[in-house]
Ligand binder design. Structure first.
Ligand code: NAD
Ligand code: TYD
Length: 357
């Protein structure tokens, strides 16, 4: 277990993205004696507007850098002497990985190996108190019709995204076994909450409902996802970072399974009320479109190890969490406008004409 009152120099990668920005804000505000270095390449998914409220804190430094650059990582480790890494930087969208897997291999696999090497080289004389925490996804386990995945489930990734995350998990594990690098991994289910890039299903639907545009549902909308509020994921990350056992993996889930059609109808119903629109109006926007190739049918995750051994539990009910999330997007339409301008829109116009964004 790590002492959380001592000072630490933590490198958080991908801190300008959705989950990363919540992790950075949490560590900067909860642990004033830690110095947080947020390393991010600011791809289409990274946005420093996500962190304006904490950017001038004295225990926060932003580093614009790409984890695919091995040399630069070596220089940054020499300069800042990080004693821990929380690694979230990744290409994260399944649909993009289906269009072209190459960035996923570069960032998710090669980038992770570059970071592992930087830690191995820098920490080789003294590993004590050091930690490399890799944030991963339940998608590495593939799809499950009944029961739930746990830490012992075999890896069976189906999308190029999941395959690249599985590859990164394997390298993290191998660096622990081969070089004794002090690593820990967690695999989490689908997150939702503020600052999620509106290519992902929930913010995509919220944005389209606001603008009364089509809500594209893949196939028949019967696929099932387990949804967890991002703040509950952040609390799990804090808990695993401080008390997780070196070399272990922890599964994180919300025990909150919904079919996509249930989810989108729920959003429509809530937003009709919140926007003072005619009941049933938004539901008419639902449009069934061609299914995603290789679309995993169901994800479900068993978090008992994390709950029983480390004492974590989710605090946000889906009902409250989703309402607060919609409210946040309604109050931050400028944020939605900023991120949907430019590459995001071009991308969708090229890939999904039928989505009518
Ligand atoms: P995101 O796409 O919102 O953010 C990714 C961030 O990584 C962006 O800020 C981007 O600029 C940065 N980045 C991408 N390539 C980079 C590179 N080469 N070098 C440096 N920075 C780079 O992703 P997210 O949804 O916040 O996911 C964060 C992590 O959590 C990912 O590793 C993802 O696999 C994992 N995860 C996500 C979910 C989810 O539901 N979103 C669930 C489980 C696990
Ligand atoms: P997504 O948010 O892309 O997350 P993931 O694929 O990592 O689970 O998608 C969530 C679910 O919503 C998934 O079953 C695919 C479905 N989906 C749609 O039906 N339409 C869409 O436009 C998108 C982006 C996703």
């Amino acid at each position: 277990m790590m002492n959380n009152s001592s000072s630490r120099r933590i490198l958080i990668t991908g801190g300008a993205g959705f989950i990363g920005s919540h992790v950075v804000r949490h560590f900067v505000t909860q642990y004033p004696n830690y110095h947080i270095y947020n390393l991010d390449a600011l791809t289409y998914a990274g946005n420093l507007e996500n962190l304006v409220d904490i950017e001038s804190e004295s225990n926060y430094t932003f580093l614009k850098a790409d984890i695919t650059s091995r040399e630069l990582l070596g220089e940054l480790f020499a300069l800042h002497n990080f004693d821990s890494v929380i690694h979230l930087a990744a290409e994260s969208h399944v649909d993009r990985s289906i269009t072209d897997a190459s960035d996923f291999i570069q960032t998710n696999v090669q980038g992770t190996v570059n970071l592992l090497d930087a830690c191995k080289n820098k920490w080789k004389e003294d590993n004590s108190g050091k930690r490399f925490y890799h944030i991963s996804t339940d998608e590495v386990y593939g799809s499950i019709n009944e029961g739930k995945f746990n830490e012992n489930s075999p890896y069976s990734p189906n999308s190029p995204y999941a395959a690249s995350k599985a590859g990164s998990d394997h390298f993290v594990r191998a660096y622990h076994t081969t070089y004794g690098l002090p690593t820990v991994i967690s695999n989490c289910s689908n997150n939702y909450g503020p600052y999620q890039f509106p290519e992902k299903f929930i913010p995509l639907c919220i944005n389209n409902i606001i603008h009364q545009k089509a809500l594209p549902v893949y196939g028949k909308g019967e696929n099932i996802r387990d949804w967890l509020h991002v703040e509950d994921h952040v609390k799990a990350i804090d808990c695993i970072f401080h008390t997780g056992k070196i070399g272990e993996t922890y599964c994180v889930g919300g025990d909150n399974e919904l079919t996509n059609i249930e989810l989108v109808k729920n959003l429509c119903e809530l937003m009709d009320i919140m926007l003072d629109r005619r009941t049933g109006g938004s539901e008419q926007l639902i449009t069934f479109v061609a299914d995603r190739p290789g679309h995993d049918f169901r994800y479900a995750i068993d978090s008992r190890k994390l709950k029983n051994e480390l004492g974590w539990k989710p605090e946000n009910s889906f009902e409250k969490g989703i309402q607060a999330t919609i409210q946040w997007y309604l109050e931050n339409t400028m944020w939605l406008e900023h991120v949907t301008r430019g590459s995001y829109k071009d991308y969708y116009q090229r890939m999904y004409n039928e989505k009518d964004l």
